[in-house]
Design a protein around this ligand. Structure first.
Ligand code: ATP
Ligand code: MG
Length: 652
């Protein structure tokens, strides 16, 4: 593991434009006073306390922060209820008939839940959970597609103080079983099946398989999403239908007063770098963190329609489809399908259908849209959009510009938001009314956040230099521990530098103190003594007009230490041949320098990705080095890796 070098980083981009916030945006922005950064830096606890006052508390806190490195307690002594803050208080205000959730299902289905309706549904399901014996502190596993009942189930858990553990509905039975057992869940909430591109994903059948080895599960609640075609088998004494248990339940339910530090949920990381970790988040600090950042970063206004395209099975969906937006009384759009069904312009037609104002998606999706061409978004107005966001991976400058030009129509600021399951909330991002953006940079730590890029000894690196991203002060939505494994929490995040949170990401700061994320520290290569980040080489490749996506790895090389291997997918209609390989190698040389010239390029039809759609370079490294593959349970499609392995052995 080594930090990227100054030399190669300085050469990273010839995209040098900066984009100032449009004047009318700046004037109306929720964060429009640049003094917010200094204020928060001078007295972070006062800053967070002021934000915390936006929530409804049953008992006020006595102390904002108790910090015994690395154990944090925020809003000590305070009591509140997260669901009450996200639903009830709005349902008993002028927002009663405002849309809380707009749900767009696979073609043909849609519905709107107002805050008043959501309150009744959450109460019914909260009572249903209680009738199944779920009490405060019991864990509930949730394994569903993107249906409204998923949000209802989360909020119902929060209402009665039962931490949820959501497992992405795309995972197979084994991954579900592991997560149920790790969290020792008492109940699973699922669907008979989920729709995906017009076909049925048999969720209930996966649950049945997972439950062959889950001693703690007592009941299964099943949403009837598909109907008879799902052929879900109900096991008497264990399985109940959602509609039956909720029909029988009262729509009145008092919120459980929760200690600020009571656990709200456990959620497993994406597994990009290894075996997933069960991240624990608690109630008050988490809600303060996600509501504050949602308000400032997404500039949410009363009349906005806000759409985050993530799946709720990931932290992005937890924090920025459900908890952040609903705490702010916003209208959050929830989408069930995929971007390409029934057509590849589905996202753009959904934006026009609902007049979406704020749109938040991932670089991997943007690269896919680029591959599909500009004609698809051009068919739609997209005139309601006023702000765009991205999360999940570093965004290649080429993709940033495309997003800005063809989706934002050069009118919308872009917030590139850096954060992790562990951080709970966005930590590094522009504030869209204040920050001039640079394509490829997440810009600055948010107010109240102290981030730094350090070298191996822990000393801050100078402008232009690369190193490790660390966080030097606690923040309210930070993880509290790894579920059932406090030692690993200390070891993984707090042991490299005393008192400092180690993110595991490589980063550089530029002369304006902007942060440039460079991917995982393990993804930084050492080529003949030069440290080069895989992200720089990938960005240079994606910059070429024929390339759709690229994954770059360092492979042991007798002479250079590491050689560079690139796996490349091409845009539609491009012919893969040796001439193009040479052209791409030259393109990288032209962008970064001869030192970054890939030793080998493979044209592949797909890259290995996690189910949260991040490129998994570690498996490519395993293939290139002829090793046994590491943990593959979080792969989106195991067949991709199998094909790549064969191809590598044939061509490599
Ligand atoms: P695991 O921790 O299990 O290996 P993971 O790190 O992919 O998986 P997540 O918590 O989903 O799990 O992802 C967080 C990581 O995603 C960050 O550490 C960072 O590497 C990457 N990331 C997220 N947003 C950005 C961004 N805007 N720019 C650059 N990288 C980002
Ligand atoms: Mg991680």
């Amino acid at each position: 593991m080594s930090a990227p070098s100054e030399k190669s980083l300085a050469a990273l981009l010839d995209e040098r434009r900066t984009f100032a916030p449009p004047e009318d945006f700046r004037r109306r922005a929720n964060a429009s006073d640049p003094g917010i950064y200094d204020r928060a830096l001078r007295d972070p606890e006062a800053f967070w306390a002021a934000e915390a006052r936006q929530l409804d508390w049953f008992t006020p806190w006595q102390k904002v922060l108790e910090w015994n490195v690395p154990w944090a307690k925020w809003f000590v002594g305070g009591k509140l209820n997260v669901a009450y803050n996200c639903v009830d208080r709005h349902a008993h205000s002028a927002r009663r008939n405002k849309a809380a959730i707009i749900w767009e299902g696979e073609p043909g289905d849609s519905c709107v839940l107002t805050y008043g309706m959501l309150e009744r549904e959450v109460n019914r399901f909260a009572n249903a959970l209680r009738s199944l014996g779920v009490a405060k502190g019991d864990r509930v596993a949730i394994y569903m597609g993107m249906v409204p009942e998923l949000a209802i189930a989360m909020l119902a858990c929060a209402k009665i103080g039962a931490p949820h553990s959501i497992v992405f509905g795309g995972f197979a039975a084994e991954a579900l079983r592991e997560r149920i057992n790790d969290a020792k869940a008492k109940v699973v909430v699922t669907c008979d099946g989920a729709w995906r591109r017009g076909s049925i994903v048999p969720l209930k059948a996966s649950v049945d398989e997972a439950l062959r080895g889950t001693p703690t599960i007592q009941s299964v609640v099943v949403v009837r999403r598909i109907g008879d075609a799902a052929k879900a088998a109900m096991q008497a004494g264990r399985d109940v239908w959602w509609h039956e248990v909720t029909d029988a339940a009262s729509d009145q339910c008092a919120a459980e007063p929760m200690d600020a530090e009571d656990m709200l949920f456990v959620l497993y990381t994406s597994g990009t770098t290894g075996k997933p970790k069960g991240i624990v988040h608690t109630s008050a600090g988490y809600l303060v963190g996600v509501s504050t950042t949602h308000r400032y970063v997404f500039d949410i206004k009363e009349e906005d329609v806000y759409w985050c395209t993530a799946d709720i099975g990931w932290v992005t969906g937890h924090s920025y489809i459900v908890y952040g937006p609903l705490a702010n009384g916003a209208t959050s759009l929830m989408y069930e399908g995929t971007p390409d069904y029934p057509d590849r312009d589905r996202f753009w037609s959904v934006i026009d259908k609902y007049g979406v104002n704020i749109f938040y998606t991932a670089p991997t999706a943007i690269r896919t849209f680029m591959r599909w061409g500009t004609e698809l978004p051009a068919r739609h107005s997209l005139s309601s959009l006023r702000l765009l966001g991205t999360v999940g991976e570093p965004i290649n400058p080429e993709a940033w510009i495309w997003y800005h030009d063809y989706i934002g129509r050069r009118r919308c600021p872009i917030v590139d938001t850096w954060w992790q399951t562990e951080t709970g909330m966005i930590l590094i991002s522009p504030l869209p009314g204040l920050t001039a953006t640079k394509p490829g940079s997440a810009t600055r730590p948010l107010p109240g956040i102290v981030a730094e890029v350090v070298d191996a000894k822990g000393d801050a690196v100078g402008p232009g230099a690369g190193g490790y991203l660390v966080l030097k002060r606690p923040w309210p939505a930070m993880m509290r521990t790894i579920y059932g494994d406090p030692d690993r929490y200390v070891q993984q995040y707090w042991s490299r530098y005393p008192g400092v949170y180690f993110t595991g990401d490589g980063c550089k700061v530029d002369e304006d103190s902007y942060f440039w994320l460079l991917g995982r520290v393990d993804d930084v290569m050492n080529v003949a003594g030069h440290r080069i980040s895989t992200y720089e080489v990938e960005s240079a490749l994606v910059d070429h007009s024929s390339v759709a996506e690229a994954a770059v790895i360092g492979r042991t090389h007798e002479v250079k230490g590491q050689g560079i291997s690139a796996f490349v997918t091409l845009k539609e209609g491009v012919t893969p041949d040796d001439a193009l390989k040479n052209e791409l190698k030259q393109h990288v040389v032209g962008k970064i320098g001869a030192i970054a010239r890939p030793d080998e390029i493979f044209f592949v039809s797909e890259l290995p990705k996690t189910r949260s759609a991040k490129i998994m370079r570690r498996l490519l490294r395993d293939i290139a080095e002829g090793r046994i593959l590491g943990d593959t349970t979080t792969l989106a499609d195991p067949a991709v890796v199998a094909r790549l392995k064969t191809q590598y052995q044939e061509e490599g």
